[in-house]
Design a binder for this molecule. Structure first.
Ligand code: FE2
Length: 342
């Protein structure tokens, strides 16, 4: 699995692009009960617990491809939470209820991250942002047109497990972009130690993408191609589906936007994790069923084998392997099925 980066122009069809990340690094969820969700994602979904922050009421799990594939923070009930050095990390009103917390995109290095930020700021292309130091990453958070929080980050430490593991006191503090000399080397790990949870029924290899059902397809495409700097790699003939990718071609896509059916609510649909092969998806689904784990939906399509699980809060994750690298024409499939079939 190559982690090589592909060159990406600074403008796409005459339009300015900004962050131009490599790939999706993780998704972060608001959960009702941290321990219950942590147990589900570890014991059922097969993610290793890498580190946790009791003071933030947060746990971070993963495969090792990035410092975490999935993070979760217990809902705040609307009360503010603070990070290191008094940083207002979670402002009042944020994270009051379960749902998607944010999605995070990995940018190649600090110079690219900060220059994109300054360029976006100057152009008025970014608003309501927050920049923080996570000790192993520098991050800038902002929001897409549907209100989903998006994080653009660069790793600052290649061997992150040496810095952050197990129980941690507050990790996150203030960071002012450009306050120190910008580094230009990529500090993402090119040869990560991938860990599987052997006793879990599912053995994901890496997070690959998220699926949204947008309120306004045009605005979301503009955001993810513009500020996000992702490239459109697939568009259904009727534009009911648009798939966008970062600069690592080994990730087929990073964000899928799927128009919802008339009676559906727009919003976050799922985060997807890749397994080794369609046969491994079969085996994982069988092991789930044997263990009494409910499968929300099983998919055996010409283009992929997948199944979906709902976590203790009803938040959806997908476990899949592709049968073909081609994009199937899903425009003839019922609108309600497309977010599952993409
Ligand atoms: Fe994050």
């Amino acid at each position: 699995m190559s982690l090589q980066t592909e060159a990406r122009p600074g403008k796409s069809a005459g339009k300015e692009t900004y962050f131009r990340p490599r790939r999706l690094g993780h998704a972060n969820l608001w959960v009702n009960n941290l321990k219950t969700s942590e147990t589900f994602y570890n014991k059922v979904c097969g993610f290793t617990v890498e580190f946790w922050e009791p003071d933030l009421v947060a746990t971070f799990l993963g495969t090792g491809h990035t410092p975490h594939d999935i993070g979760m923070i217990e809902v705040t009930g609307g009360k503010a939470r603070y990070g290191r050095d008094g940083l207002l990390q979670i402002p009042e009103g944020v994270g009051a209820t379960k749902g998607l917390g944010h999605i995070a995109f990995e940018v190649a290095n600090e110079k690219e991250l900060v220059e994109a930020y300054f360029k976006a700021k100057k152009a008025g292309a970014i608003a309501n942002e927050m920049s923080v130091d996570h000790q192993i990453a520098h991050s800038i958070y902002t929001f897409d047109p549907d209100g989903n929080c998006t994080e653009f980050y660069c790793d600052t430490v290649k061997d992150w497990r040496k810095v952050i593991h197990g129980e941690m006191s507050l990790i996150t503090g203030n960071w002012t972009p450009g306050e120190t000399e910008l580094f230009t080397d990529g500090r993402w790990d090119p040869d990560p130690e991938v860990r599987l949870v052997k006793e879990a029924p599912v053995h994901p290899r890496r997070v690959t993408h998220v699926v949204f059902k947008p309120k306004d397809m045009g605005k979301m495409v503009d955001y993810y191609t513009g500020l996000g700097g992702l490239a459109v790699v697939h568009e259904a003939k009727d534009r009911s589906i648009v798939c966008l990718r970062g600069s690592v071609p080994a990730y087929r896509y990073t964000v899928a936007l799927v128009q919802c059916a008339g009676d559906e609510k727009p919003g976050y649909h799922a985060t997807a994790f890749e397994l080794a092969s369609p046969a491994e998806v079969d085996a994982a689904e069988k092991r789930c069923k044997a263990g009494g784990i409910a499968i929300e939906r099983s998919v055996d399509h010409a283009s992929k084998r997948a199944f979906f699980l709902l976590d203790p809060d009803g938040l959806r994750t997908e476990y899949y392997a592709r049968k073909t690298p081609d994009f199937a024409d899903l425009s003839k499939e019922p609108a309600k099925d497309r977010a599952y079939l993409i």
